[in-house]
Design a protein around this ligand. Structure first.
Ligand code: TEU
Length: 585
């Protein structure tokens, strides 16, 4: 977070004109840099090939050394791992493979002792089918927990089609013979949707959230939270209506439930408003025009929000994470990130990420992971993430430039999403080979490979058999080899973190894109008071010229991912993937 003393100051470089003394509506979760840890792949200490909480405890000083303010931890609750923890069987117990509640308490204390906040994952659109609630609900139509989930009695005929994202038939209703009824699952068959229309469900969830806040956690990232409200008149949605009203996207329909904002406001009033915590919504299915409905402070719902518009750039409309053969265009990228910055310019607050556990590695997807450009483009993307407006979420491993796994064989894939798509394609009589070619770049496994600590066996991640293949490049891409190299991606990340933490302009400053039509350079200014910063990012492998907008800026950059910066007059000659930030005079 920004030390108060520096609010009056300005940047790490030569101080420029003063920023306004008072910045309104300051919040820790606006100023924090958040580091996302996928615990399954972070560090294994008991040799089962799966990361665990004691591994995180062992690495607390490494996390501290990054300079980040908070950690977002993917689910660590009891789970049969049908979807790697996004199928929770007990919201208040720790997954056996990850450790115990005592380990959790020690980890939480370890974070707090180092001034790092802990944001947990809240997965309450659905539970695991092994949760006690579902076991009860499934057992009898008269069970008190029956209406904790959505059931369709078979005698009423087939239920109206709903898409099941991780279902091998692509369907979201599954017949269960125990009570001759279908239950709803937007995701996997082992992930039945909770019935938020039932006030008893909501109260159980609010009580659970409260108990976690009382334990001292600092927030929740709320998994597919826009999906929680269902239209229980169960209308038939025709393909035409889906196309016309929801752009053919079931996620958009799922995010349009009738009581969604009633429930989010209720959650805010009953729980979130009682604590100084982060309430981050994962905005699956939410379009730009709906964004402020979630995070406009006056609505008293959530605080900030992940959008998906950036992640879908360059994908084919067919879905299955197929790539558009035309590739992606920087002009589209710039439009999306500008729109999602501008929508929160005056109200609400945004977030920014390029990688996470559902996405490919950012340097492979948006940079260039060839040996020639891997380091420069990693640093350029880091500069983008830490200089844009909105809370930055930085994915573990991106600070050392980890790259895509590029799995060649279906037997190496582990993820329910990839595996269900493979089944769906076979069921449709489609040849999966071309899809698998794309999945080497786009599948979720790419971002889930174990952290590469050093060049020893299994990259120092485990002494056992890793749960997912470790990238063969761990011999030369690992934290240990970068630790003492001042030019490394790791130390560039640390430097950029410090620049953001000492530059209120990069947190609160207005954002304005410059030269929007430049197809290789993404440049923008950040303004706070009468001070400015200019960020210039070459997203291409070419050397390109960039005309500095005016002589407002000091030509000696605040940060630069190359050793030198090359000007002819006010023309900047940017090397491949060069990134630089300039402060105003
Ligand atoms: O992801 C929600 C979600 O929409 C993703 O599945 C997304 O649609 C897909 O990966 C393409 O980007 C959340 C979690 O982040 C994900 O890991 C879970 O699998 C999913 O919800 C179900 O809980």
């Amino acid at each position: 977070m920004l030390p108060i003393s520096l609010l009056a100051g300005f940047t790490a470089c030569k101080p420029s004109k003063k920023a306004p003394e008072e910045i309104p509506n300051r919040k820790w979760w606006k100023e924090a840099i958040v580091y996302q840890i996928y615990p399954r792949s972070f560090k294994d200490t008991d040799g089962d090939g799966i990361g665990d909480l004691r591994g995180i405890i062992e690495k607390l000083d490494y996390i501290k050394s990054l300079g980040v303010d908070a950690v977002w931890l993917n689910p660590i609750y009891a789970s049969p791992n049908a979807d790697n923890g996004y199928d929770i069987s007990d919201y208040e117990n720790i997954m056996e493979e990850f450790g115990t509640m005592d380990d959790f308490d020690e980890m939480l204390q370890g974070f707090h002792d180092r001034g790092i906040k802990l944001v947990m994952d809240l997965v309450v659109n659905h539970s695991s089918d092994e949760h006690e609630w579902f076991k009860q609900s499934r057992s009898s139509r008269k069970n008190p927990y029956r209406h904790f989930y959505h059931w369709w009695p078979a005698e009423d005929g087939p239920p109206p089609f709903r898409a099941g994202f991780f279902d091998p038939n692509g369907e979201a209703w599954l017949y269960d013979s125990t009570t001759q009824a279908y239950y709803l699952h937007y995701f996997g068959r082992k992930q039945p949707d909770l019935n938020w229309e039932n006030p008893l469900v909501r109260q159980e969830i609010y009580d659970m959230m409260t108990r976690w806040f009382e334990k001292g956690i600092d927030g929740f990232r709320m998994d597919v939270i826009p999906f929680i409200s269902k239209d229980t008149t169960w209308p038939m949605i025709t393909a035409k209506e889906l196309e016309e009203k929801h752009n053919g996207d079931w996620a958009r329909y799922y995010a349009s439930g009738p009581n969604l904002h009633t429930y989010l406001h209720e959650m805010n009033q009953k729980v979130l408003s009682q604590y100084d915590v982060m309430a981050l919504g994962e905005g699956a299915g939410v379009t730009l025009d709906k964004a402020l409905d979630f995070v406009d402070e006056e609505r008293e719902e959530l605080h900030l929000f992940f959008h998906f518009d950036g992640q879908s750039i360059g994908y084919s409309p067919e879905g299955y994470r197929r790539l558009d053969p035309q590739g992606w265009k920087l002009s589209d990228f710039k439009k999306v990130y500008t729109r999602w910055s501008d929508v929160f310019a005056d109200k609400g607050w945004g977030s920014i990420y390029l990688g996470n556990h559902d996405q490919p590695r950012m340097v492979s997807r948006w940079g260039n992971d060839s040996p020639e450009f891997w380091a420069a483009s990693s640093k350029m993307l880091t500069t983008f993430l830490l200089s844009m407006r909105g809370t930055p979420f930085f994915y573990f491993g991106d600070e050392i430039g980890m790259t895509n796994l590029r799995l060649d064989h279906m037997k190496d894939y582990k993820d329910i999403e990839t595996l269900s798509w493979y089944e769906q394609l076979l069921a449709k009589g489609k040849d999966p080979a071309p899809y698998m070619e794309d999945w080497k770049i786009t599948a979720r496994e790419n971002g889930r490979s174990p952290f590469q600590w050093n060049s020893s066996q299994n990259a120092g991640f485990t002494r056992g058999v890793p749960w997912l293949k470790i990238n063969d490049n761990y011999k030369y891409i690992n934290a240990e080899s970068q630790e003492d190299d001042p030019q490394s991606i790791l130390n560039y990340f640390r430097k950029m973190v410090q620049i953001r933490k000492t530059s209120p302009i990069l947190v609160y400053g207005n954002y304005q894109m410059v030269q929007p039509d430049h197809e290789q350079v993404y440049a923008y200014t950040r303004k706070l008071g009468d001070a400015q910063m200019l960020v210039v990012l070459n997203f291409s492998k070419d050397t390109v010229n960039f005309n500095m907008p005016t002589n407002t800026f000091q030509l000696n950059p605040v940060i630069n991912n190359y050793k030198k910066i090359n000007f002819t007059g006010s023309t900047l000659h940017l090397k491949p993937y060069q990134a630089a930030i300039f402060a105003s005079n």
